[in-house]
Design a protein around this ligand. Structure first.
Ligand SMILES: [Zn+2]
Length: 119
């Protein structure tokens, strides 16, 4: 039996044991078998377990983002929190966001009132 075949066998042992949550006896048997097989394959049982569960973890993560994104509320940005309290110091107009005030152009607004824009 090649090392690759043994490792494959070890994975299927874990697969079957994990499919029966709470079955402590079956899981102990699986771990014991994993220990023996790892010895035959000349590999470290804990490193094998770590890579096995890391793959499981990655697979679970890969299945979740769509669900998380669907249930996530819209992110609260500073723009949506601001009320109409941003005021142009030149003309007194209020704006919902700093971006809106920037678009209005506070500095240019003042120039418009005192002297024509000379650009
Ligand atoms: Zn203004």
């Amino acid at each position: 039996m090649s090392q690759t075949a043994i490792l494959q066998d070890m994975r299927s042992i874990l697969d079957k044991a994990i499919q029966v949550p709470g079955d402590g006896h079956r899981q102990r048997m699986a771990l014991t078998t994993i220990g023996y097989r790892a010895n035959v394959a000349k590999t470290s049982p804990l490193e094998f377990l770590r890579s096995y569960f890391y793959e499981q973890f990655q697979a679970e993560l890969a299945n979740q983002p769509a669900v998380v994104a669907a249930t996530d509320p819209a992110p609260i940005t500073p723009a949506s929190v601001e009320t109409e309290s941003i005021q142009c110091r030149s003309c007194g107009r209020t704006f919902k966001t700093q971006t809106a005030l920037n678009g209005h152009g506070e500095a240019r607004c003042q120039n418009r009132q005192t002297s024509p824009v000379t650009s």
